[in-house]
Structures are given as C-alpha cells and as structure tokens.
Design a protein around this ligand. Structure first.
Ligand SMILES: Cc1cc2nc3c(=O)[nH]c(=O)nc-3n(C[C@H](O)[C@H](O)[C@H](O)COP(=O)(O)O)c2cc1C
Length: 197
C-alpha cells in the first residue's frame, strides 16, 4: 500500500508547478465548547512524511483551546490537480529547531503580531479599531526595530497534525464519477477503502 502522505506531498508539488494559489493553505476545523463548528484558513508550513502536516498556532487563540480539548480535522483543496483531502488525527508538538526555522522565515510585521497577542490582546480578541492594532504594533516596532531583533514569541506553538485517517477525493470532471478513498492508519501501516463519491 502506497503512503497517502507521500501522494499528497507529490500532488502538492504538482499543484505548485501548475500555479495553484492554495498550495500553502489548509482549513482547520474545530468545535467551540458549545459545539459550534469553527473553520479557518491556516498556512500549511510543510508536509512531513513521518510527522504529518506542520502548522503554527498561537496558544492564546481560541482554536488552540479548541484543538487541545476536542477533535479537529484539516481540509485541503487543490483544484489544479482536482484533489480534495480531509485529514483526521492528533496533534504532536514540533521540534524547537523546526519552530525556529519557520520563525526565521516570518516577515517583521508577522513576528510583531505574535508579540501583540502576548503584550496587548490575544488573537480574535475584540479591539476598538484597526488603528488600535497599528498603535500596538508601532510600540512593538520601537522595541524591536528589525526583524532579526524580535525574539521568538513564547506563545507561538509549532504542531504537526499526525494523520490517522485521510479521505482522498480525486475529481473526474468529464463524467463526475470521482475516485474516492478512505485511508486508515494502523500499527502495521495504511489500508484503503473505496468510497462512493
Ligand atoms: C491565507 C490565510 C492564512 C492564514 N494563516 C494563519 C496561520 O498560519 N495561523 C493562524 O493562526 N491564523 C492564520 N490565518 C488567520 C485565520 O484564518 C483566522 O482568522 C485566525 O487564526 C482566527 O483565530 P481563531 O480561529 O483561533 O479565532 C490565516 C488566514 C488566511 C486567509
């Protein structure tokens, strides 16, 4: 049985070559404490064959609270290669050096925003206006005038979604008879089951 994560990685590279605008984006679904579904776009940092789907999330955000206390799933849609993926699994912490690697790739303002969450208001907290945000960012910019001077934000978490099940939809636009498989991971590896599309 071929590894579905490897196949996703290959499809992503193919989609990138075809100019797919969403190769670096996925959608994370969680549920609030009241059971309300919550879905949001998240940058897909990497796909690691052994570890899974790499994401960066502030531990001060509502989604962090939701994914550490309940179940979640990840969704990807790359139309250039006619693939949809629904990924289920558990979160595993990222190695500190890997988190540092992604931090080093962040632009200055993005680093300052992570510090804004810790210094002023957490992500998704209501504020008076956009200017309120900019004032806080300006204050942080005076403290850390260059990207290299911004220390790694303590509340930023790197995580892998380690998949235990993946629903792969491979579109067949000509006849609409799409090819769909549910891959399930056990201790001995992956098994696959065809699904009605
Ligand atoms: C293309 C795109 C990429 C995004 N990437 C991230 C991300 O990597 N991490 C993140 O916390 N929010 C990201 N966001 C913002 C989220 O969609 C969302 O607005 C935010 O995480 C809200 O947090 P909450 O769901 O915890 O309330 C991204 C939004 C877009 C449109």
């Amino acid at each position: 049985m071929s590894d579905p994560i490897l196949a996703i990685q290959e499809a992503r590279e193919q989609a990138r070559e075809l100019g797919d605008p969403y190769v670096d984006v996925c959608f994370l679904a969680t549920a609030s404490a009241a059971g309300q579904p919550e879905v949001r776009a998240i940058s897909l940092r990497d796909i690691d064959i052994a570890k899974g789907f790499a994401l960066l999330i502030s531990e001060l955000s509502p989604k962090w609270q939701q994914l550490t206390t309940g179940s979640c799933s990840l969704h990807m849609l790359w139309t250039t290669v006619r693939r949809q993926y629904r990924v289920y699994g558990r979160f595993e912490p990222m190695e500190p050096e890997r988190l540092q690697h992604y931090w080093d790739r962040k632009v200055h303002a993005s680093r300052l925003l992570e510090h804004y969450y810790e210094t002023f208001h957490p992500q998704s907290h209501p504020i008076a206006s956009y200017d309120t945000l900019l004032e806080g960012i300006d204050a942080l910019r005076q403290r850390y005038p260059h990207a290299e001077t911004v220390p790694l934000a303590a509340a930023l978490r790197g995580v892998y979604l380690y998949p235990t099940a993946i629903d792969v939809w491979h579109g067949s636009p000509a006849d609409r008879l799409h090819d769909r498989h549910l891959y399930t991971r056990s201790e001995t590896g992956w098994s696959s089951q065809s699904l009605v599309p």
